[in-house]
Design a protein around this ligand. Structure first.
Ligand code: GLC
Length: 644
């Protein structure tokens, strides 16, 4: 008898029979989804597996069925709703908030009691920073996970996480949690097993008996933390070998070419989905596949593996979405949303790092040409996906400026990156920023920047100088930057405290576990006393809060901001002025930004499709000032123009 190859839906049907659930309620829906997404699951496996494909497919079929069986009823109801609104994270009302649970509210239960605050801001998506049990400090802000199935003890329990998810859902807020894919803490059970000589678990990692192979790899590997974790391999006595550690020496890279690792993460994906998590932030995803002679980032197998995990989720827990954390260049990052055969079947969301970098670059130089050049290079993303746009996050800002882009506007790449670090470290003449350098790499001259949005935008300097006019300019600058973030299309992420213009926090210097990592200067604790000022426009907090909230409110009213449509960034007749055009069937939206502290004019040609029509700025409710064929723009103007 010749074996007939089974497709994934058939394997899942067989797995259901093996598990005695072939007649369970909802099985037809499960199998329908398996027919829809099974080919994706299989294609991913075939493109990234070195092992016996059939065995791996059957193991994944079992995991899918187990995960589906364990899925609580309220989440199955959520699956049905989300299947009817698959674009929930693309809609103009989608708005993200990002916080450390402890720094925001002490515990997960504390977060539950601050849901009203999130609602008030219009939040529909909450990313709680790493909350699964990490190794004891230092643990890279929680990104060294010792157990993915337990919550950090001081934050609460898995039960608390489930309760929080359910409260958030009742309030129209989706929950995002980190799934660290590239590495585990060296205290994770897999690593412990490897250390005690278990060969199966040793294969979960990359371990080399001597430096021969590591040295070969090192030739083309960059260093992520050149300052506090140089090199990419760490000697471990218990393993009697060099283990791959891209990040810190206590974060051991996983071997994703091992099917056991793929199965573990398929299972974890569904485990977390079944706790009520709506979105998994795939941490450090770019690094998960290693190939000799490369930087070991963005290898094609990364996308194949994502395709498999995405299909597993779509079949068993279809309301779950993926967000890729790949802080890589334009040509590489679009692959995380899907290019070619991967279009629409990998991550749903990805961070738009370039937009963030280019906004800060434009503000420092008062020149938007580099921004236009860099963003223009982005190929369109699949219409079912969205960028996560942001001005600040918990990480440093790396000046990901391409040398060719810089050259195209007449600048030298390395010199411009140096300038940006000097500017935002608060060293360059005329700078408005207060920030600090992070991970200065003596060998490459590369350096990155830490600092809060408000401090980098000039608020701290103005307050130190006790200068009202400077403060006014800084607030306008912040508003202009946020308008670009909220107006770009995709889900804007507001990083905790930025809505209140919180400045750099130096208290990390007194914390032994944080003192070496100045990213903690922009990871403050929520000062609820200051937050209470948000309703008083006379205070700085109230003013900035009001502006940010206003952006969210206006955004929600503009169908043209649905992420399915691309933004087109354009130069104008004035290099300080940016135009962003969004052509949408529901009506065109043209945004105009003045990236400088001076009054500017530009040709009304900037109005693009709105040229010659009566227009209104939806942010102010007024008509823009036009003199002859010139748009007249106040310092840091941000206009969102539509037809009247
Ligand atoms: C991501 C996180 C960063 C962390 C790294 C290693 O880039 O955002 O904070 O250091 O992954 O897990």
């Amino acid at each position: 008898m010749t074996a007939v190859a089974l497709d994934v839906a058939e394997r899942i049907a067989l797995a259901a029979r093996r598990q005695g659930v072939e007649r369970a309620e909802g099985i037809d829906d499960l199998l329908a989804r398996a027919r829809r997404w099974g080919a994706d699951l299989e294609a991913g496996v075939r493109a990234a597996s070195t092992d016996d494909v059939d065995t791996l497919l059957d193991r994944l079929a079992d995991i899918v069925v187990e995960g589906w069986v364990a899925r609580p009823d309220p989440l199955r109801a959520r699956d049905r709703d989300r299947l009817l609104t698959p674009d929930w994270f693309q809609r103009p009302d989608a708005l993200g908030y990002v916080a450390y649970a402890d720094r925001f509210a002490g515990t997960l239960e504390g977060v539950t009691s601050h849901v009203e605050y999130l609602r008030e801001l219009g939040t529909t998506y909450l990313h709680l920073m790493p909350l699964l049990r990490p190794r004891p400090a230092p643990n890279d802000g929680g990104y060294a996970v010792a157990d993915y199935r337990e919550v950090r003890a001081d934050l609460g329990t898995m039960g608390d996480l489930e309760k929080l998810a359910s409260v958030l859902h009742d309030n129209g807020i989706a929950l995002t949690v980190d799934l660290v894919l590239n590495h585990v803490a060296k205290e994770h059970a897999w690593a412990e097993a490897a250390c005690s000589g278990d060969a199966r678990h040793r294969d979960y990692f990359y371990v080399f008996p001597d430096r021969t192979v590591p040295d070969e790899y090192e030739r083309t590997l960059p260093e992520v933390f050149p300052d506090f974790a140089p090199g990419n391999f760490t000697w471990d006595d218990r393993l009697a070998g060099w283990v791959w550690t891209t990040f810190n020496d206590y974060q051991w890279d996983l071997n994703w070419s091992n099917p056991d690792v793929v199965c573990e993460f398929a299972d974890l994906t569904l485990y977390l989905a079944n706790r009520g998590v709506d979105c998994l932030r795939l941490d450090a995803i770019a690094f998960i596949w290693k190939r000799m002679g490369t930087s070991c980032q963005n290898e094609p197998e990364v996308h194949a593996l994502t395709r498999t995990l995405r299909a597993v989720a779509r079949i068993a827990a279809p309301s779950l979405v993926f967000k890729a954390e790949a802080i890589v260049g334009p040509e590489d990052v679009v692959h995380y949303l899907g290019v070619g055969e991967y279009a629409g079947n990998v991550s749903d969301l990805a961070y738009h790092n370039s937009l963030m970098v280019q906004i800060w670059s434009a503000l420092a130089t008062r020149d938007v040409r580099l921004l236009v050049r860099a963003l223009d290079r982005f190929p369109p993303k699949p219409t079912t996906t969205a960028w996560a746009t942001y001005l600040r996050c918990h990480d440093d800002i790396g000046w990901a400026v391409d040398d060719a882009d810089a050259a195209a506007v007449g600048w030298d790449g390395p010199a411009h990156r140096r300038f940006l670090s000097d500017w935002y470290a608060g060293r360059a003449p005329g700078t408005f920023a207060v920030g600090a350098e992070f991970q200065v790499n003596e060998a490459t001259g590369d350096s990155r920047i830490s600092g809060s949005a408000a401090s980098l935008a000039g608020v701290e300097q103005a307050l130190l100088a006790d200068n009202g006019a400077l403060l006014d300019t800084a607030v306008r600058r912040l508003f202009c930057a946020y308008a670009m973030v909220y107006g770009f299309g995709g889900i804007p992420l507001l990083y905790m405290g930025d809505e209140l213009a919180l400045r750099n926090d130096s208290s990390f210097l007194d914390e032994p576990d944080h003192v070496d990592d100045n990213r903690w200067m922009h990871r403050p604790r929520m000062p609820w006393d200051l937050a209470a000022r948000r309703s008083s426009p006379a205070t700085l907090e109230g003013r900035v809060y009001g502006l940010v909230k206003h952006l969210g409110d206006v955004r929600r009213s503009l169908p043209s901001l649905h992420a399915a449509v691309e933004s087109s960034v354009r130069e104008t007749s004035n290099r300080a002025v940016l135009a962003v055009v969004r052509s949408h069937a529901a009506g065109d939206l043209v945004q105009v930004y003045n990236a400088s502290p001076d009054w500017q004019r530009c040709d009304t040609f900037a109005l693009g499709p709105l040229l010659g029509r009566p227009v209104v700025d939806r942010l102010s409710g007024e008509a823009p000032e036009i003199e002859g064929n010139q748009l007249v723009l106040p310092p840091y103007a941000a206009l969102w123009l539509t037809g009247r």
